[in-house]
Write a new protein. Structure first.
Ligand code: GCB
Length: 593
C-alpha cells in the first residue's frame, strides 16, 4: 500500500515470473469468462482517442434508472479461459482486434500472504485490471507473467477484467506476417498464486558436466523475491538421500555447488527419463519439483547427451489442437501430439515458433522427448527498433525462466528464417549473447536459411554462425524450389559444428492420390520425403532433423480452395491425425537411425 498525502492508494505491480507455478499454492481462475468484442476500443478510448477513465475496466452498473452505461459484462456471453476466441465464437474466426474478458472470484485474505495474479499466456497485448484498478500491462503472446495484486483485493467478491488485443504490428514479435493462426485471447491458465512476503522466486538445479573421481556436482542457483541476507533454504532429494541447507547472500541469492556420488545418480535420457523429486523449503514452506539430470554439449559436429553422441530424430510441432484447430493447453493434448511424434520414431521435437505451454514441455520430459524451444523472432522483425529488441529479449528471458529446470530442453532457438542484414546480425548477436547469460548449460541455435546456390551446390553462409552452438537451417528442396532435383543436391556447411535441418517438407491432402509429380497428392509428398532423406544422408555432420511438420495446421496464408482451405498441409498426419504416405517414409528412416 502506498500513502500519498494522507490518502491510501492501492498498489500493484508486475513482479518477475515465479517459476514452477504448477506446484505452488494457487486458486485457478480458469473457467467461463464474460467477453465483449470491442472493434474500436471504445472501452479504452473516448471519442477523441484519449484513454478514458470511464472504460470497461470499471465494470460499471447503472445506479439509478436514468444512468447510461453502454456495456454490461454480466449480460455478455461467456467463453472458456484458457482458450482462443477464434474457435469459440464463429464470428471471431478471422478476428484480430480487441476483446474484453471479465470474471468474478472469491478471495479470503490470509495473514500476511500476498496474491500474485498469474497468466500462462495472453495473445498478444493485454491490460489487466482488478476491481477497476490497473494491475499492469503485458506484451507478448506466449510467455507467462504475474502481477502482485494483494492490495487491489478485498475479502469476498472481486472481479478481474482483461483487455486483450491481438492486432498485428510491424514492430511486434512476431511481426505482421507469420504462417500460423493468430489465435487471440487468454490462451493459457490464469491463477491466483498465494506466496509468503518472502518467497522463492526462481531457482535452477543443474548437473555439472565434469565427473571428478567418484563424484559429480550439482549447481544450485536460487533467487528470493527480496534482497534478504541470511535466509535459509533447505534442498532435499529424497531418492538420493540428500538434504542440505543453504543461506542467501545480501541480494537474496544462493549460488552453490555440492557433490553427489556418481554411482548413485541415474541420468535423464530418452530411454530412461528419470526425474527426481526435489523439495526446496523456506521458512517451513516447501516448493516441490520433478527434476532430471543430464548433460548436453557439442564436440566438433556431434551433439553429446550425457557424453555420448545422439542423433536427433525430430519433428516440428505447432501448439494446436487436432480436429479443427484452436490453441492446445493441457496435458491431454500434449500427450496426444507427443504420442504421435513417438509413434513416428522421434526422440526430439522442435516446438515451433514460440514457447509452447508448460504442459507440453513437462509431458515431453516425462515421455523422454528432447526439446528445441523457440521465441517468435520470425521472418521480418523490425531489427532497428530498440523496443522490439527489448520485447524479444523479455520473451527469451521468460521462456528460459519458466523452463530452465526441464532436462529435456537442450536447445534455445532465438529466431527463424530471418533475412540477412547488419541490423539483423546486431540484434540477434546481442540476443544470443544475452541468452548465454541466462543459461550457459544448454545449446543455442536458430533456424537459418540457405543463402548461396549454384550448380546444385548449396552453401550455408550466415554471420550468426559464430553465435550458435548448433547450425540449423530450413530448406524446401522439392517444394518451393528444385522440384525433382534433390538427388543432385550437395551441401557445403563450412562450420565445425553439428548441423540440424530444422525444416523440410511439402504439402499433401490426406486421401488425395495421383502420380508422384502431382502437387498436393500423398504420393508427391511421399516422394519428396524419400528424396530429401536420401539427400540428408549425404550431409556431413548431420546431427538431426525436424521436418515440417507433424500435423496440418491452420494458417491464414493458405487460401487454396478445396485443397488448403486455410490449412498449411505439410503435416505428416492430417488435422484428424490420419497418416499420410510420407509418414511411413520418415518412420522407416528413423527406424534405421
Ligand atoms: C517455413 C517457416 C514455417 C512455414 C513453412 C511453410 O520456412 O519456418 O513457419 O510454415 O516454411 O510451410 O512454408
Amino acid at each position: 500500500m502506498l500513502v500519498i498525502a494522507g490518502a491510501m492508494v492501492a498498489w500493484a505491480q508486475q513482479v518477475p515470473q515465479v517459476t514452477n507455478v504448477m506446484n505452488r499454492e494457487s486458486v485457478s481462475l480458469n473457467g467461463d469468462w464474460h467477453y465483449l468484442v470491442d472493434v474500436q476500443e471504445e472501452g479504452y478510448y473516448d471519442y477523441r482517442m484519449n484513454p478514458t477513465r470511464w472504460g470497461f475496466f470499471n465494470n460499471a452498473k447503472p445506479q439509478r434508472p436514468e444512468d447510461l452505461i453502454e456495456y454490461d459484462f454480466d449480460a455478455a456471453p461467456t467463453m472458456k479461459v484458457p482458450g482462443d476466441w477464434n474457435t469459440q465464437d464463429e464470428r471471431l474466426f478471422f478476428y484480430e482486434g480487441t476483446v474484453w474478458f471479465q470474471r468474478y472470484f472469491d478471495y479470503q485474505p490470509q495473514n500476511d500472504r500476498r496474491a500474485l495474479l498469474y497468466f500462462g499466456a495472453v495473445n498478444y497485448d493485454c491490460h489487466v485490471y482488478v476491481n477497476g484498478r490497473k494491475a499492469g500491462h503485458h506484451v507478448g503472446g506466449f510467455t507467462p507473467f504475474n502481477f502482485d495484486v494483494t492490495d487491489l483485493l478485498h475479502e469476498g467478491k472481486n472481479f478481474v477484467i482483461v483487455k486483450v488485443d491481438n492486432k498485428r504490428s510491424a514492430s511486434a514479435v512476431p511481426t505482421q506476417i507469420f504462417d500460423w493462426w493468430n489465435y487471440g485471447g487468454i490462451t493459457r491458465d490464469v491463477l491466483l498464486v498465494s506466496v509468503a512476503p518472502t518467497y522463492i522466486e526462481s531457482y535452477s538445479l543443474q548437473l555439472e558436466k565434469a565427473v571428478k573421481g567418484k563424484k559429480r556436482f550439482l549447481n544450485l542457483s536460487l533467487q528470493l523475491n527480496r534482497k534478504e541476507a541470511g535466509r535459509e533454504v533447505t534442498l532435499s532429494i529424497p531418492d538420493l538421500k540428500l538434504k542440505q541447507t543453504f543461506v542467501t547472500d545480501a541480494n537474496g541469492i544462493i549460488n552453490s555447488q555440492f557433490s553427489i556420488l556418481n554411482s548413485q545418480l541415474k541420468l535423464w535420457s530418452p530411454e530412461n527419463p528419470k526425474l527426481y523429486r526435489v523439495d526446496l523449503t523456506l521458512n517451513g514452506e516447501t516448493l516441490s519439483d520433478e527434476i532430471g539430470f543430464r548433460t548436453i554439449e557439442t564436440r566438433g559436429k556431434q551433439i553429446l547427451l550425457n557424453g555420448a553422441p545422439v542423433f536427433l530424430k525430430g519433428i516440428c510441432l505447432h501448439e494446436e489442437k487436432p480436429n479443427g484447430g484452436g490453441r492446445a493447453n493441457s496435458t491431454g493434448y500434449a500427450r496426444m501430439l507427443l504420442t504421435w511424434a513417438k509413434e513416428l520414431g522421434c526422440n526430439f521435437v522442435r516446438l515451433a515458433h514460440y514457447p509452447h505451454n508448460e504442459y507440453m514441455v513437462r509431458e515431453a520430459e516425462r515421455m523422454g522427448i528432447l526439446v528445441w524451444s523457440e521465441i517468435p523472432c520470425y521472418w521480418t522483425i523490425d531489427w532497428k527498433n530498440e523496443a522490439t529488441f527489448l520485447n524479444a529479449q523479455q520473451q527469451l528471458t521468460d521462456m528460459i525462466a519458466r523452463d530452465k529446470n526441464r532436462a529435456n530442453i537442450i536447445i534455445w532457438s532465438i529466431a527463424n528464417e530471418t533475412p540477412h542484414s547488419q541490423e539483423r546480425d546486431a540484434f540477434l548477436g546481442k540476443l544470443a549473447t544475452y541468452a548465454r547469460t541466462q543459461d550457459n548449460t544448454r545449446l543455442i541455435s536458430m533456424a537459418m536459411e540457405v543463402t548461396g546456390q549454384s550448380n546444385y551446390v548449396n552453401r550455408l553462409n550466415d554471420n550468426m554462425n559464430k553465435y550458435v552452438d548448433v547450425v540449423s537451417f530450413n530448406q524446401y528442396v522439392g517444394w518451393y524450389r528444385d522440384v525433382n532435383d534433390a538427388p543432385k543436391m550437395r551441401w557445403e556447411i563450412p562450420y565445425d559444428k553439428p548441423v540440424i535441418i530444422s525444416e523440410f517438407g511439402g504439402g499433401a491432402k490426406y486421401g488425395l492420390h495421383g502420380a508422384k509429380n502431382q502437387r498436393w497428392t500423398e504420393e508427391f509428398q511421399e516422394n519428396l520425403y524419400r528424396e530429401n532423406l536420401a539427400m540428408l544422408d549425404k550431409i556431413d555432420g548431420l546431427a538431426g532433423t525436424t521436418p515440417w511438420i507433424l500435423k496440418d495446421f491452420r494458417s491464414p496464408r493458405r487460401v487454396l480452395t478445396g485443397i488448403q482451405d486455410y490449412y498449411n498441409m505439410k503435416g505428416l498426419v492430417s488435422d484428424k491425425g490420419e497418416r499420410k504416405k510420407a509418414w511411413y517414409v520418415l518412420h522407416d528412416w528413423y527406424k534405421g537411425k
